[in-house]
Design a protein around this ligand. Structure first.
Ligand SMILES: O=C(O)C(=O)C[C@]1(C(=O)O)C=C[C@@H](O)C=C1
Length: 275
């Protein structure tokens, strides 16, 4: 299997892809989420993909909800990865020498509390945590530090000058396994991602949510994201959890008449949240 990811050697997507698809997985590196989605859609350079969707400190990666919806790709699974962020620089450098910190925007957000202590350090968003570490190494930048994984510090021979700088001890990112073709849900599937619109009338979303609750389905996530052509109107992305696929199918039938464009992105097995 060749798996398209956002990022390069030593990034968190690589770790998530290898955790989900296996250690021997070949990686197709992409420098952005749109590029990742395109490669999975075209299918020449990748058989499937792995895409971050939300983080326990920084929240949802909002553009990825629209990307997923517009791509027509399917969600086939999920994986949660514990994320430990470290500040790293060329060997011998101290935090007092650092003028800029480079990293992926989600990583910078996860370390906001630490970074607030250094208001004179400029924060620079990059494509990827690992690429930021690689650039410090290759350009021998003495005044630039990167925020990245321990693995990246080892690959790019950087010293960790401040370990574990993420705001809360438990920092998890949820990644979705995505593919061009949908798969038949496994018998033990217990989670589904769907999106829908509700009619523009008061109480329409509440009716859908009440129905989900009445059917005994757990709602682990509800996210609104904008419909670009109709300002201030929204799609809703919902992640639902259930014990029996039959219950979910029954609930769907009852939700369908209350929604417009209800689309199932995937029915899959819930990932281990604290692996
Ligand atoms: O930059 C990386 O290492 C990535 O894999 C990207 C990414 C993300 O998109 O959220 C993955 C996990 C972490 O939350 C930080 C960054």
């Amino acid at each position: 299997m060749r798996i398209a990811i956002q990022g390069f050697e030593g990034c968190f997507h690589q770790q998530a892809a290898q955790r989900y698809y296996g250690k021997q997985t070949e990686i197709e590196a992409c420098s952005s989420f749109p590029e990742l989605v395109k490669k999975v859609k075209v299918g020449k350079e990748a058989d499937a993909g792995m895409m971050a969707i939300e983080n326990s400190i920084a929240g949802s990666i909002l553009p990825n909800y629209s990307l997923l919806k517009n791509s027509g790709l399917h969600v086939t699974g999920e994986v949660y990865l514990q994320i430990n962020q470290h500040l790293m620089a060329l060997p011998g450098q101290r935090i007092e020498d650092i003028r800029e910190v480079h990293s992926h925007p989600m990583a910078l957000l996860q370390c906001a509390t630490f970074l607030e202590k250094y208001p004179n350090i400029k924060l620079v968003e990059s494509e990827d945590t690992a690429l930021s570490a690689k650039n410090v190494h290759q350009r021998k930048s003495k005044t630039i530090a990167a925020i990245a994984s321990k693995l990246a510090s080892e690959i790019y021979e950087l010293d960790i000058i401040a370990p574990n700088i993420h705001t809360a001890k438990n920092n998890y990112t949820r990644f979705l396994a995505i593919s061009r073709n949908g798969v038949e849900p496994a018998e033990d599937a217990n989670k589904s991602s769907v999106y829908f619109q509700t009619p523009n009338e008061s109480g329409s979303l509440a009716k859908v949510l009440s129905m989900i609750a009445a059917e005994g389905i757990g709602l682990s996530k509800i996210q609104s994201f904008p419909i670009p052509a109709k300002e201030w109107t929204y799609y809703f992305h919902a992640d639902m959890e259930f014990e029996d696929l039959k219950h979910f199918r029954k609930a769907l039938k009852r939700i369908e008449p209350l929604t417009d464009q209800l689309t199932i992105l995937g029915i899959y097995k819930k990932g281990l949240t604290h692996a």
